[in-house]
Design a protein around this ligand. Structure first.
Ligand code: GDP
Ligand code: MG
Length: 164
């Protein structure tokens, strides 16, 4: 089977935008789950000749007890369990939130390889000082990305590739 790469992170950081940008660039959607937007969505991908499956998740809110949010968390946990590598998406302007830190801890416990994507770095060629804060998540070198513009997605895929 092809390796599975899961895109996780709290809601609204840009996971689906990233997923769509990645599959729009060089990937083909082979399966999705229409009508169940909070469910997992898969696409078949290829980068530098290596094929893998990418899965978008609805988002993790570790501190929420709302039913829908806990279902989303369960979906994300399933994706993490099945994944061979994980892209954790965080958001530049928000800094490290409590939920980001909880998810990072969850991922460290999973023992899976993680690539940290600092999304919404929209200013090309100019990594702002706030970016370096994300080293404190303890997940290695963060990768600056703008999912809207597509900046940094090649570097992100290169980092993922090293784990496949
Ligand atoms: P998800 O809940 O993590 O899947 O987040 P979405 O992909 O639905 O995006 C949430 C919001 O962030 C939307 O309004 C996106 O347009 C916006 N967004 C996503 N990526 C970027 C980015 O790189 N830059 C900016 N400025 N906005 C972004
Ligand atoms: Mg989404």
């Amino acid at each position: 089977a092809k390796p599975l790469v899961a895109v996780v992170g709290r809601p609204n950081v840009g996971k689906s935008t990233l997923f769509n940008k990645l599959i729009g660039q060089r990937l083909s959607i082979v399966e999705d789950t229409p009508g169940v937007t909070r469910d997992r969505i898969y696409a078949e991908c290829e980068w530098r000749g290596k094929e893998f499956m990418l899965v978008d998740t609805g988002g993790i809110e570790p501190r929420a007890d709302d039913v829908i949010l806990s279902q989303m968390r369960r979906q994300a946990q399933l994706a993490i369990e099945k994944a061979d590598a994980i892209i954790l998406v965080v958001e530049l302007a928000a800094g490290i939130t409590a939920n980001d830190a909880d998810i990072a801890t969850m991922l460290q416990k999973s023992g899976k390889p993680v690539v940290l994507c600092v999304n919404k770095c929209d200013r090309l060629g100019d990594v702002p000082p706030e970016f370096y804060e994300f080293y404190n998540l303890g997940l290695g070198d963060p990768v600056p990305v703008s999912s809207v513009h597509g900046h940094g997605t090649g570097d992100l895929l290169d980092a993922v590739f090293e784990h496949l």
